[in-house]
Design a protein around this ligand. Sequence first.
Ligand code: B3K
Ligand code: ZN
Length: 885
Amino acid sequence: PKTIYLKDYQVPDYLIDTTDLNVDIHDGYTLVSCMLALRRNPAAKQAATELTLQGADLELVSLSLDGRLLEEGDYTFGEESLTIFNTPETFTLITITKIKPESNTSLEGLYRSRTMYCTQCEAEGFRKITYYLDRPDVMSEFTTKVIADKKYPVLLSNGNLIEQGDAGEERHYAIWHDPFKKPAYLFALVAGDLAHIEDSFSTSSGRAVTLRIFVEPKDLDKCDHAMASLKHAMRWDEEVYGREYDLDIFMIVAVDDFNMGAMENKGLNIFNTSCVLAKPETTTDVGFQRVEGVVAHEYFHNWSGNRVTCRDWFQLSLKEGFTVYRDSEFSADMGSRTVKRVEDVTLLRTLQFAEDAGPMAHPIRPESYIEISNFYTMTVYEKGAEVIRMLANLLGKENFRKGTDLYFDRHDGQAVTTEDFVTALADASGRDLSQFKRWYSQAGTPRLDVTDYYDEDAQTYSLTIKQSCPPTPECQNKLPFHIPIAMGLLGSAGDLPLYLQGSQPDFETSDNTHRVLELTDAEQTFVFERVQEKPVPSLLRGFSAPVKLNYAYSTRDLILLMSRDSDGFSRWEASQQLGLQAISAAMAAYQQERSLDGFSLSAQLVDAYRRVLQDASLDQAMVAYMLTLPSEAYISELADVIDVEAIHYSRQAVRKALANALADDFTRIYQSYDHRQPYAATADAIATRSLKNVALAYLMLIHDEGSIRACEQQYRHGNNMTDVMAALTQLVNSEAPLAQEYSLAALADFFGRWQHESLVVNQWLSVQAGCQLPDTLSRVRALLQHSAYDGKNPNKIRSLIGAFCNGNAINFHSGNGEGYAFLADQIIQLNRQNPQIASRLLTPLTKWKKYDHVRQQLMKAQLERIRAEPELSKDVFEVVSKSLA
Ligand code: B3K
Ligand code: ZN
């Protein structure tokens, strides 16, 4: 397979002014006729005399140029392309191709999901529908006629419906026209027997927009939350970014077989059912929040992605980083800002930091790829969003808005680069962002080493900050980044005023206790004056940059920050650091003794956590997160060599010790919760529920009969899926014999109750795959054979295999290597069927270099086994070969 480089970018030889598609769907095959109005690109270096179109898995039926049928010799086939010779300045090309959606298991292009036909074209799926200039900088005006049997009453495509009617022989058609020029990756088509809910939205300039959500009829009762979220998102984008919706209709279609979360096709978003359907009985709080976030994300793409799109796929973060930042701010405004920040940072620090430290590390604007599908990553999305967040914070609210306004105005209707985005922000704000741009070209997580010095006589306090960044595949020696470090100084009574030498006090924050240091050199010292006592620095407030910060905090410092910092994020971060210190101590003991029998927590630490539990002024969701210890995945990311058992058993020991020490508080919290209250998906209700369920999880570690019975009651009588799943998870993971007994009955009962709700069955699979007790792999193997499992459905694969391999370290990394062999078997099977999913599943094996010698060998052997497979897809090949390089 060949590597594509950013530096090789060239403008297209031809442009396509209009695209007229005729998609004629029959049982077993679909005929696609495509009429293109082509014109030589005036911006091309040379006047082209041939045209190469991309195409994959297509059967060419006929080809005609300006009405003349082309014959052998007029054109030739490449591996995934079609080249036509002697092409004039402008011409009309009509291709007729035959495709087989029914046997398309890659879920790219046109495919069948259960009872409907649907498409997924990003990044390069349109070439599986017809021959085309399948690249984002070729933008065309699409008209699409869909023809199908009347057993598919709903026929949809992008834009506005302009005509529909009878096509004879029990068939009918619909013609859609999209007035906005778009790249082929934003094309969509759906045909199915679908029900819908409808609403309307009046835009700020007073236009009425029809909103429809299409689902299989059985799911009609689960659309309201998505519709409400959509309307909130539409209003928010008008208020915060001044962006109005631009068509008369906006549609969402839910499909069950989908490779990722959702897709922002112009006017016709296609969603994984898991990201659109929600109702209290079947969906957890996390599920509700995900629906809100993804609906908003795809909607926001209408401007950040569709109206202004990417020049090439190296620019993916232009739309994805920016849109993740936008949806994250939206969710912060809808719920709690600090809670959302904690959740985003948790995700970034576990998964993105690990990616940045592994063999697939790449800058948010990659320089090369073999298969672009492999670059829809945590780095492009989440780190990309962090880079936009830094820009927003550096510019300030007003200038950032001026910058985005300029960007949208200047580039509306164009396909542009990340460079263009930063230039618009720089032009609008007058700020020099040249050094900042290194965030786009250098991969790796920068590390900050901070030391300080307090001069009591001079009453000065100096912070010296050194930055460094580990080498990554694309670059060994990094230039310094421009890093904003939000900070404050804490004295014994709380925040101190800040007088930074050589600069004006920052009265933008009401009391001058907060400011942003801009680190631009490899090492810099910041001196604060009039500091009357030795302060504790509160650094990287709100996680102001995606970096790893090292400062030698004492336990006392952390306890002060946890209780007194004015920044909620920093209080949480201090709680995590405290947890890490306790777990590290346990790990040291475990590594010496291979046992944690004598382990206990310091009274100081227990008191600190108790005060959090008893602090009525705190948001309950924050209490829940502060009481949740850093995950095994995060601890693993921080470790140089991952000691699977030490991490698992030490974390568990700290949890048990906290459970015993704080049992009274957990009991109080649990018992004061009224389980009969009706469900609400509001931030407050979610917060109290999550704290109550954290309390339950701790109580279940004590193994007393009362807690186990309460848990079983919660499972049985819970009036919402959050509570039911929380209880089921605890029963399944408890070693107590009574809980085990309950768990078997509960799992059987659960399946009996929910077997007809596919998304609920997925949760049932996940909870079993995530079980931390021994023998889980056998259970997972058995579930692969269960009637509820479907090896072609990505959600099922993720719920069972993904949950086991990514969320169950102690079992997946079992010392005999059976987890690795199991995963490799699955990948080999999926390689041909669905390369994107196969490649995604590889992630845990790519981290092999971080494990002990024995595990390294076992993991590597499986990677080599996969590499030796004949006909490896580009997707799997790229990840395996880079992992073994
Ligand atoms: N843009 C799509 C992702 C497409 C992934 C293709 N492999 C969803 C999103 O980020 O909104
Ligand atoms: Zn996106």
